[in-house]
Design a binder for this molecule. Structure first.
Ligand SMILES: [Zn+2]
Length: 658
């Protein structure tokens, strides 16, 4: 029996093999196609649509997960073999005319007209989704839309290849050791290893983040910093990797697509089903934050120039701010590690959120897992004792596991039937060494809290429609439950529950805690202006751009947000994969980073006022946000929790910009 064919709450990770993947997915695709026909013929197609692909979803999420955490060449090959046909199946659904007719027929029925609440929202969203995929266009319009999508997919792929290739094309070999002054030993060793890997003698620097960041932050030699900074900011502007014509083409096609579908511009199309709703509101949001950041931004840069004793060029800013930071705070992040042993951190986290949200987290034994290091936990409701779901935790790096930290859903439960949820949380945290427990950085602790927030959004969901449950929410809302959790890593009361010296059990000393808090707001206006600049340019390109030279257009806009004058050939946009590496990507959505921060800082003010362990605020957050998924407009959910719309003051205050 193929273990991928049936949904099993205790996923048989110990039995799943690469050879199960293709036969299972082929069978489940055939099953989904059969169900699709039944859905089209059904007089209640909406309900059928919601569960149509449940078995396929499950099998694919298990396989995708295994490919990410326990990959083998066989598993990767099997995944790559099935992935295109599965994507094609899902992508074909909103373009299926018979399905669209069935949905329309149902939408016109008495039953549909009487729908309320979550089912009403599901119907509206389904109809809107078909329309955004061109369901209402005439045949010529549909054909053109298809052409645009095909072309966008091809050009955006080319764009990201160009960025990769032009990034890899650059190298700088330093042979004079004296020129390495200022660099930390780890960066010197990495540069040496990089040279050796290319059979070169000396120290090799590249445009990849670890090498680039180390040079910009620490290297004393300003001429080398300038050379590398200029190379980084002029990537992909010359043959054979020229992205200049591609950016213009992508922007033109996106605009044409939006207008074909009846929207003013690409931002209105993309934001239609997000919390901001349209480009105008996203722009107002940025304008407001910009006005409140600008003055402090100017001051910070004046202070930095005074500290350096001269006007700075862009390649000096990172270097001098690091010097200024060290002079002002004398704060070494490594000093915090002994206070963050992993087990204590997670136990403290379960205790905090157990209390606030009224849940109980306990470790489970004997559950099949994909690696002996993986642990499994159950979540019960604190008052009723009901079993809500389980999750796996896989914390440390392995060779067969991808990098980063993430949360994923394996099974979305069903509220009326009391079916539990299943999810997981993965990280690549500092592993235990020298017989000591795993000792984490504060940033790693924040990461655990962040991913646990996404996990609770899934595990505490009580939404009757599967497609609207848990983390299936608007892009500019999804980071609220995760980012808000990070706030508990900065409050003395909560920190004392999870931060204890691994040998002495002592809490973080007060002076270290104060340094950590002060260092957090260092040059916060610059950090914010940088993000606002990218968000501004993104919206300008997708709302106002009229065919001008994209490089010059971007440079002109970003000049207002830059801490030092930008050179004439500044061309960061040609390497800006966030906006152009896929047909939608972060296009018209870059503002979401700041948007989500405003939401989390503002929502946390309830805990500030009512207490960081407030059960009233906690239960409200659980019932009005975490439990609700996308069952209502996120702006409404937010209002039901806060009693008003989001207010950016809390973010400004947290960043020391109030
Ligand atoms: Zn996140």
């Amino acid at each position: 029996m193929n273990p991928l064919l049936e949904i099993s709450f205790r996923v048989p990770f110990d039995q799943i093999r690469a050879e199960h993947v293709e036969p299972a997915v082929d069978e489940l695709l055939a099953d989904a196609a059969k169900r699709l026909e039944e859905t089209i013929a059904s007089d209640r197609p909406l309900h059928a649509l919601d569960v149509m692909t449940e078995r396929l979803d499950y099998a694919m999420s298990v396989v995708r997960h295994l490919e990410g955490v326990a990959t083998t060449p066989e598993l990767r090959a099997a995944y790559n073999a099935v992935q295109p046909k599965v994507s094609a199946f899902y992508a074909g659904l909103p373009l299926n005319e018979a399905l669209w007719k069935a949905v329309q027929r149902y939408a016109a029925s008495d039953e549909a007209r009487a729908l309320t609440g979550t089912m009403r929202r599901f119907l509206t969203k389904t109809v809107d989704n078909f329309k955004r995929h061109g369901a209402e266009l005439d045949p010529a319009g549909k054909a053109r839309l298809k052409e645009i999508d095909v072309e966008l997919a091809a050009i955006t792929t080319k764009f990201s290849e160009h960025v990769l290739d032009s990034t890899n094309q650059f190298e700088l070999l330093v042979t004079d050791e004296a020129k390495l002054a200022g660099l930390p030993p780890t960066a010197v060793a990495a540069a040496r290893a990089s040279a050796e890997s290319k059979s070169q003698t000396g120290w090799r620097f590249t445009l990849h983040a670890p090498s680039y960041m180390a040079v910009m932050t620490y290297l004393d030699d300003a001429a080398i910093r300038q050379q590398i900074w200029r190379a980084y900011n002029t990537r992909a502007v010359a043959e054979p990797y020229d992205n200049r014509p591609l950016t213009a083409k992508i922007l033109t096609l996106r605009k044409e697509k939006a207008q074909l579908l009846g929207f003013r511009d690409f931002s209105d199309l993309v934001l239609d089903d997000r919390m901001a709703h349209n480009g105008t509101r996203a722009q107002q949001f940025l304008d407001n934050l910009h006005a409140k950041t600008e003055q402090r931004f100017v001051e910070e840069n004046r202070e930095l120039a005074a500290f350096a004793g001269r006007a700075l060029d862009p390649w000096d800013v990172g270097y001098w701010s690091e010097k200024q930071r060290a002079a002002l705070y004398d704060f070494d992040e490594e000093a915090l590690r002994p206070y963050f042993p992993l087990d204590r951190v997670t136990a403290g986290m379960f205790q905090i959120f157990g209390r606030i949200f009224g849940i109980r987290v306990t470790e489970e034994q004997g559950v099949p897992v994909w690696d002996p290091a993986v642990r499994s936990f159950a979540i019960h409701d604190g008052s009723s004792g009901a079993f809500l779901g389980s999750f796996y935790a896989d914390w440390f790096p392995r060779e067969n596991k991808r990098g980063g930290a993430w949360m994923d859903a394996l099974i979305t439960g069903n509220t009326p039937e009391g079916k539990p949820h299943l999810g997981l949380i993965c990280g690549n945290l500092t592993p235990p060494v020298d017989g000591k427990p795993a000792l984490l950085t504060h940033r790693e602790v924040e990461t655990i809290f962040h991913e646990f927030g996404h996990l609770l959004h899934h595990l505490l969901s009580r939404v009757e429609v599967r497609s609207l449950a848990g983390t299936s929410v608007a892009w500019d809302f999804v980071e609220l439950p995760s980012q808000i959790m990070e706030n508990w890593c900065w409050e003395r009361e909560s920190l004392d529950l999870l931060a204890r010296h691994f040998e002495t059990g002592a809490a973080i000393p007060e002076d270290l805690f104060q340094k950590m808090k002060r260092a957090k707001t260092f040059r916060a206006a610059n950090a914010q202006m940088r993000q606002l600049g990218f968000a501004y340019v993104d919206l300008a390109l997708h709302r106002e751009w009229k065919g001008e030279d994209v490089i010059q257009y971007t440079r002109r806009h970003l000049a207002r947000f830059a801490p030092a004058p930008l050179p004439d050939d500044y061309a960061m946009i040609a390497g800006f994969t966030h906006l152009f590496a896929s047909p939608v990507a972060y296009g018209a959505g870059y503002y979401s980073y700041k948007w989500a921060e405003v939401l989390d800082a503002d929502a946390f003010t309830r805990f500030r006022k009512e207490g960081v362990f407030s059960e009233t605020a906690g239960r409200d957050f659980r019932e009005k946000i975490l439990a609700r998924g996308d069952s209502e407009d996120p702006a409404e959910l937010y209002r039901s929790f806060m009693g008003r719309d989001p207010d950016p003051s809390a973010l400004l205050e947290r960043a020391g910009l109030a």
